[in-house]
Design a protein around this ligand. Structure first.
Ligand SMILES: Nc1ncnc2c1ncn2[C@@H]1O[C@H](COP(=O)(O)OP(=O)(O)OP(=O)(O)O)[C@@H](O)[C@H]1O
Ligand SMILES: [Mg+2]
Length: 902
């Protein structure tokens, strides 16, 4: 015989066999059986057991309900999903013994909404992916086979929901992985492996594995991805009869992905998905394509080493002051545009704030600390907003008045238009767009008033404590408060009244949960207790009494408290519903705030760092005067950054850049890519002037990064990436090639590099704008053979034995590498440096045939001094390559060294 509780639990658990069920029991969420073992191990809580019937006990582990967020975070991080079973009401229904429980929410990595578990300035995306007939990279499939992919994504904490269909035939998987790289989703839904299609699954798996960030992949039943199921789900959710309004009619793969995603979200969010108010269908062709390698190499949103925002391009650019502004900027940086007009509209906004520094400062003063309006409103829609979220919305709305006031004072027509909307006093004179400006700051006075009247100034954190609703909002609530006030007053005065009446100085009135209010008299005085005292409890030194009157007042107070909580809960839910009903206006305002925040932030960065507005065109010419690297210029402390020009056009398409080590080659070619990228997200750029012919893709092949984890050698990775570039670049692309061919023998490398440049130059339709940094001086010959190739080099000045790096890019080829010089700077032992110089001199004299025997026959002789100047242990320490040691090896080594000096 199992207990009723056990049966209730098992009924729920059966629906979520692979998910950890947190079962609400009073002040705890309990887990049982294997779940309990997992929770105990992952969350470091005690594993106990609980009787579930005669002589039967099962493992049990519980976490306190008020701290559950932290435990959920640990479980999610450890790769588990969590279903939260809540009690429904506080009393069992008539005739039943148990309070019913249902699963309210299933928390998965992609469906987090807890503010504490989400990064503020980044979205938390969940993606659904469906792929048809994918192509295995590297094999050729018969042309004409239809293949494509549908990819949908959502962030339920902000309400974003979008879908796309990728059908450009040849290269679906690659495009998919580019989108995944952009979105960096926390969770990916993919049709469960169908045994008939293992190849498909493994291809996609490998495409996903190639992404750097670990994505949690959730297999989902294939029928969920079927077109009809998916379509019906979408139609039902939006309450429409056709998907045409969302732009995805006729795109079955986009529908399948979006519909499957929606089903999954419905499965996990039992309280509804009101925040998903629309679906945006987009095409990846609207945006500049950036693959994973390029995002990484250019360190757009995080550094390669360390993975921090600090030190990345975003780190320099992000002066936003609100979380929604931060998220918008990050999205923009991941998705540069290809449309001159749209970019100019963005730049107009930046320019307006750039020129109006006083109002910008005022705006930023108001935005600072405004908080996350977007996520608060979404929490209202989901019905999970806490009192502090409503206070946040109220305070944010209150700040809008200030922003509107400053816009009214501004002389800039644009500022007035964006802030005040089409009805503002003076829309900008020559807006061509006939569409009304729907994205202005709507102060939502109705909501502001409601929240001001309904919610207390400083409400308690949860509805478990009374005081959330402001006095004056509800006559009924005020009535209860009034009625209890007298009773409370009476109880408060009871102690002194009774002391006087009985003459017992030490008489006390107290309260505890079991007996309620009582009068306490010490044992010594208990004789003096009056007749109407009823003894309730005897303690060692005292007696506790009640009186009928005291119980009456007590009932008044206690019932009132319960009634207050109930009524406040009800009023609160009504307020939430009213806010939720206006969510679209509030969210439009949040979006407008994000736009303002980003524009003002970019203006701020532009002024602080002396950036200029780029001139955009579609003419394929890049003309940058005195450009700078936005990140490196910030990192330099001593010397100033040397600005450099760059010019690329269809006629001068390929630059072969030579120059010594450490001279600034890599810096320059990256900075050109970054300036183009900044221009194409609508930002000012670090230069004196910049004309940017928009590019459709930026490709980078940079340095040797170790990919042992992927099971490919350095050189293999380099070649795979180069192959990809040559296959996919167009004449509108920008190619950043840093030392291609370096990873193999000199001759192989040179030969490959040479052939690559020739191919880019000669291939019809290619001739992409290319910056090629290399140490192969032989490549400078190409400029004489190919009309659209030019040589540039980085200048250095020689002062005796020393080399001064000028970091100045100049036309022409470099003549020397100064590698040995850099080796000395790096602290290679003197003997090695001078020997290298000897061999180098000989090599230069004898040509590439190798050093002559005579030189090699006289190696430097090392003589050990009689008394070694350096302790061998220290010498060994110095020579140790710490990076190459595993932690265990390091520990062993440390142990060994210590033994030797003991
Ligand atoms: N324009 C510049 N102004 C000032 N300092 C610069 C400039 N360009 C580069 N530097 C400095 O020189 C360092 C080396 O630059 P970079 O890595 O671009 O050299 P490189 O020519 O690519 O060297 P290698 O051939 O070894 O790869 C940078 O880290 C930076 O500190
Ligand atoms: Mg370099």
């Amino acid at each position: 015989m199992t207990t009723p509780m056990r049966s209730q639990y098992l009924a729920i658990k059966r629906q979520y066999p692979d998910i950890i069920v947190l079962f609400r029991l009073g002040d705890f969420y309990e887990t049982f059986d294997d779940d309990a073992k997992t929770v105990a191990a992952v969350c470091d809580v005690v594993l106990t057991s609980r009787p579930v019937g005669k002589d039967v006990r099962v493992p049990l582990a519980g976490v306190p309900y008020h701290a559950v967020d932290g435990y959920i975070a640990k479980l999610i991080e450890a790769g588990y999903k969590v279903a939260i079973a809540e009690q429904v009401g506080s009393e069992p229904p008539k005739g039943e013994k148990l309070v019913p429980r249902v699963v309210r929410r299933v928390v998965t990595p992609g469906t987090l909404v807890e503010p504490g578990l989400l990064p503020e300035k980044a979205n938390n995306y969940i993606v659904a992916l469906v792929v048809e007939h994918p192509q295995v990279p590297g094999t050729s499939e018969a042309p004409g086979t239809s293949r494509g992919a549908g990819l949908a994504y959502a962030d339920i904490s902000t309400g974003e929901f979008a879908t796309t269909e990728i059908t450009d035939g040849v290269d679906v998987l690659r495009r998919v992985s580019e989108e995944l790289a952009r979105l960096a989703p926390a969770e990916l839904l993919y049709p469960e492996k169908d045994p008939r299609r293992t190849r498909e699954a493994s291809d996609v798996q490998s495409a996903i594995c190639n992404l750097q960030s670990a994505i949690h992949v959730t297999p989902y039943a294939p029928w969920r991805f079927e077109e009809e199921t998916a379509r019906q789900t979408l139609l039902a959710h939006f309450g429409v009869g056709s998907l045409a309004g969302y732009g995805c009619e006729g795109q079955p793969l986009a529908i399948r992905a979006a519909g499957a995603l929606l089903q999954y979200l419905e499965d996990t969010q039992r309280d509804g998905l009101g925040q998903l108010t629309g679906l945006r269908t987009y095409s990846t062709a609207e945006f500049m394509t950036l693959d994973q390698a390029t995002r990484r190499n250019l360190e757009l949103t995080e550094t390669i080493r360390g993975g921090t925002v600090q030190g990345s391009l975003l780190g320099v650019l992000d002066a936003t002051l609100t979380p929604m502004g931060g998220r918008l900027l990050r999205r923009r940086l991941s998705q540069p545009l290809l449309d001159v007009a749209a970019l100019n509209r963005r730049l107009d906004r930046v320019e307006a704030w750039y020129h109006d520094a006083p109002h910008r400062a005022e705006l930023r003063g108001i935005l600072r600390g405004l908080g996350d309006l977007e996520r608060w409103v979404n929490r209202c829609v989901q019905g999970i907003a806490l009192p502090r979220d409503l206070v946040g919305i109220r305070e944010a709305l209150a700040r809008l008045t200030g922003i509107r006031a400053l816009a009214e004072r501004s002389v800039d027509g644009g500022i007035r238009y964006w802030v005040l909307g089409i009805d503002g006093p003076s829309p900008i004179p020559n807006t061509q767009s006939p569409i009304p400006n729907t994205q202005y700051l709507d102060p939502c006075p109705d909501i502001a008033t409601l929240l001001a009247n309904a919610i207390a100034d400083e409400p308690p954190a949860t509805l478990a404590t009374p005081g959330v609703i402001r006095p004056g909002f509800s006559a009924e609530l005020d009535g209860i408060h009034l009625a209890t006030r007298d009773a409370k007053h009476w109880i408060a005065g009871l102690e002194s009244v009774e002391r006087q009446r009985t003459g017992i100085k030490s008489l006390k009135v107290g309260y505890n949960k079991v007996f309620g209010y009582y009068i306490e008299v010490t044992k010594a005085n208990s004789e003096l207790a009056p007749e109407n005292y009823i003894r309730k409890q005897t303690l060692v030194n005292a007696e506790r009494y009640i009186t009928p009157e005291l119980k009456e007042y007590e009932a008044l107070v206690l019932n009132a408290e319960e009634r207050v909580l109930e009524l406040e809960g009800q009023l609160y839910r009504e307020v939430l519903a009213q806010v939720a009903a206006e969510a679209s206006r509030l969210l439009a305002t949040a979006a407008a705030l994000a736009e303002l925040d980003v524009a003002a932030a970019l203006a701020e960065v532009a002024e602080a760092n002396r950036y200029v507005r780029p001139v955009l065109a579609d003419d394929g010419v890049l003309d940058i005067k005195a450009g700078r690297h936005p990140v490196v210029e910030k990192l330099l402390t001593g010397e100033p950054f040397t600005p450099n020009d760059a010019y690329l056009s269809p006629d001068q398409a390929i630059v072969v850049l030579t120059g010594p080590n450490m001279s600034g080659k890599s810096t320059w070619i990256r900075q050109v890519a970054m300036i183009v990228l900044l221009a194409q997200i609508g930002s000012y750029v670090p230069a004196d002037s910049a004309c940017i012919g928009l590019v459709d893709r930026i490709f980078t092949r940079i340095g040797a990064s170790d990919e042992i984890a992927r099971g490919q050698s350095t050189f293999m990775v380099e070649m795979v990436e180069t192959a990809n570039i040559l296959h996919h670049a167009t004449n509108r692309s920008l190619l950043i090639l840093d030392e291609i061919g370096r990873g193999t023998s000199t001759y192989d490398g040179l030969a490959i590099a040479w052939a690559v440049v020739e191919y880019i130059h000669n291939h019809p339709g290619l001739r992409a704008k290319t910056l090629f940094a290399t140490h192969y001086h032989e490549l400078t010959d190409l400029a004489e053979r190919l009309p659209h190739v030019v040589n540039f080099n980085v200048a250095v000045a020689e002062q005796g034995d020393n080399v001064v790096f000028l970091h100045k890019i100049a036309p022409g080829a470099a003549d020397r590498s100064y590698g040995v010089h850099v080796a000395r700077l790096a602290g290679l032992p003197k003997a090695v440096v001078s020997r290298a110089q000897e061999i180098l001199a000989d090599l230069e004299a004898s040509g590439a045939a190798g050093p002559r025997r005579s030189v090699l026959a006289q190696p430097t002789v090392f003589q050990l001094p009689l008394f070694s100047a350096v302790d061998p242990v220290i010498a060994e320490l110095r020579a140790l390559d710490v990076n190459a040691l595993s932690p265990l090896d390091a520990l062993n080594k440390l142990y060994e060294l210590q033994q030797r000096v003991r």
